[in-house]
Design a binder for this molecule. Structure first.
Ligand SMILES: Cc1cc2nc3c(=O)[nH]c(=O)nc-3n(C[C@H](O)[C@H](O)[C@H](O)COP(=O)(O)OP(=O)(O)OC[C@H]3O[C@@H](n4cnc5c(N)ncnc54)[C@H](O)[C@@H]3O)c2cc1C
Length: 499
């Protein structure tokens, strides 16, 4: 029996795929979302160990106070009264330990500015200039403010070419302040030579406006978005790994899964990495130059994760993220080396409805280069061999040693721990080489490193963190761009604002 033809097939249930599915089914289109895994959500998915719930890649969200940008999105999706969130510490939502000294980022611009001036009383002017500039950059991008936008003129040319680190260094010669201002760069795997100011400004602005944790994990967002798709008449099917795009003459008509099932549609949206998507298209159906450009783009570094379950009532719940830098260099990617690994980490105690005062678990993440696991790249989950397990154990030990510098008795609180490597992310989520945030945005080559949702195949579109920007907000904005191709960008923006 031939499958029913859908208006739109979406490949992947990551945040971008689910948002597109939710928007398009809301608009009356028949939508089918196909997911390769048994669990939906991609990097939104959570996993349980010893009764503790760990996020894989959505530890906190920003701009969720009433009227702020993410709040407006969640209102449109009808999530506001369903989602469980917890506001982080207003005076310290992110805490940095840089070479032994601690600094706090406070929420709200006034509070943020005042706190920094307390640390650096002689740098008042530089701090005010910094704040004014990142607000100006964040405000200048119409789409990020859900204002009417021209899809062909999305990035203000000046800001995509300005280097974030050069801008910070132009404000002050005080290296301590420079490092504090760049302290959140692990949220975008920044590099001093490449990160554009718009990436830095959008992400810092997003969290300074307000920062929240997702109580009992980020999987709730995936579940709620999928429930919305289904209640609007769409379908979300798990264990459907798309392997191939099927063409009739030169028209894309269907996708085929690893089990040989074929699904037909008028339009297709890929939520998976663009170069992996293009690998599923036979030669001759897409121009070589386009394929080469996409395949040649550099991806952000991957990560090593340490997931610790804690003895009961032994370690406090921290209502902030803790960023530890073992030197006065906060730009970890450029200085990555296996010899002095790890040079820093980011640590979170997830918010749980079971406990408020104490944490039941800790997630710790630090960079890890794919090259370190390349020799196991042809292995599969749980069958990678003893030498792989030994490598993971050695990494966990080194990371715990570093944690002891700040938390000397950390080992005594541990009940059990688990680890992930770039191969875990590659195999569970399908990101290229386990890349954390997808394609690198480069201020030296801005347009080359920017991927548009439209592809060279008229009815195939991209969505997800590789187009536009990563993270909750970046992917939501990207999904608006993708859906805008099908239903009109400014019409959609209006609907989100009027929800
Ligand atoms: C360690 C880490 C921490 C992070 N922390 C935060 C944070 O605190 N806040 C924040 O805002 N952002 C954070 N991010 C970024 C954020 O999680 C991602 O940018 C975002 O979730 C990516 O969404 P996506 O739409 O690109 O889909 P992805 O998450 O990449 O999902 C893609 C989906 O496609 C599926 N798929 C792949 N191949 C196929 C196929 N062939 N057939 C069918 N399905 C397929 C996958 O299984 C997956 O479900 C973090 C990321 C990482 C890695």
């Amino acid at each position: 029996m031939e499958e029913k033809k859908h208006d739109i097939i979406i490949i992947g249930t990551g945040l971008g795929g689910l948002i597109c599915g939710n928007i398009l089914s809301r608009e009356g289109h028949s939508v089918l979302v196909l997911e390769k895994n048994a669990q939906i959500g991609g990097t939104l998915q959570c996993f349980k160990r010893d009764g503790c719930l760990f996020d894989t890649g959505m530890h906190y969200i920003g701009s969720m106070d009433e009227g702020q940008i993410l709040h407006r999105f969640f209102r449109y999706f009808g999530l506001l009264d369903k989602i469980k969130i917890k506001k982080m510490d207003a005076d310290a939502f992110d805490v940095f330990n840089i070479n032994g000294k601690e600094y706090k980022y406070a929420m709200g611009y006034e509070n943020f500015t005042r706190t920094l001036i307390e640390y650096f009383p002689d740098e008042e002017q530089a701090i005010h200039s910094y704040v004014a500039k990142i607000r100006e950059v964040a405000d200048s991008l119409d789409l990020y403010n859900l204002r009417e936008s021209d899809p062909n003129d999305l990035l203000n040319v000046d800001y995509v070419k300005v280097n974030a680190w050069e801008f910070i260094k132009s404000l002050t010669t005080n290296t301590e302040l420079q490092n504090v201002l760049a302290g959140l760069n692990s949220l975008y795997a920044g590099t001093p030579a490449n990160t554009p100011i718009y990436v830095h400004a959008l992400i810092n602005n997003y969290y300074i406006e307000s920062a929240y944790r997702l109580v009992d994990g980020s999987g709730q967002i995936a579940d709620l978005l999928a429930e919305g798709i289904i209640s609007q008449g769409g379908s979300v099917l798990k264990r459907k790994e798309v392997e191939k795009f099927i063409f009739e003459e030169n028209n894309l008509v269907a996708v085929e899964t690893s089990k040989g099932e074929v699904f037909y549609a008028d339009n297709f949206i890929s939520n998976i990495h663009p170069s992996i998507t293009l690998d599923m298209i036979e030669a001759g159906k897409i121009r070589k130059a386009y394929r080469n450009r996409i395949n040649g783009l550099k991806n952000t570094i991957s990560t090593f994760g340490l997931y610790i379950t804690l003895k009961e009532d032994s370690f406090p719940y921290l209502n902030y993220n803790y960023h530890f830098y073992d030197s006065d260099n906060v730009w970890g990617v450029d200085y990555y080396s296996n010899d002095n690994w790890p040079q820093g980490y980011m640590m979170f105690t997830p918010a749980s409805s079971k406990t408020e005062t104490y944490a039941d678990c800790i997630s710790v993440i630090t960079y890890m280069d794919y090259e370190e696991v390349r020799k196991w790249e042809n292995t599969t989950i749980e069958k990678r061999g003893d030498d792989y397990l030994k490598m993971k154990e050695e990494k966990a030990k080194r990371l715990l040693d570093l944690m002891e510098k700040k938390f000397p008795d950390i080992r005594s609180h541990i009940k059990s721990y688990y680890t992930s490597t770039p191969l875990t992310y590659r195999d569970y989520i399908g990101t290229k080489e386990g890349s954390m945030y997808g394609i690198v945005r480069d201020c030296n080559n801005p347009m080359q490193s920017y991927i548009f949702p439209r592809t060279k195949i008229p009815n195939l579109f991209f969505t997800g963190q590789n187009i536009n920007l990563h993270g909750m907000l970046g992917v939501a904005i990207g999904a608006v761009l993708t859906c805008g191709e099908l239903i009109g960008l400014n019409k959609l923006i209006k609907k989100i604002n009027n929800a």
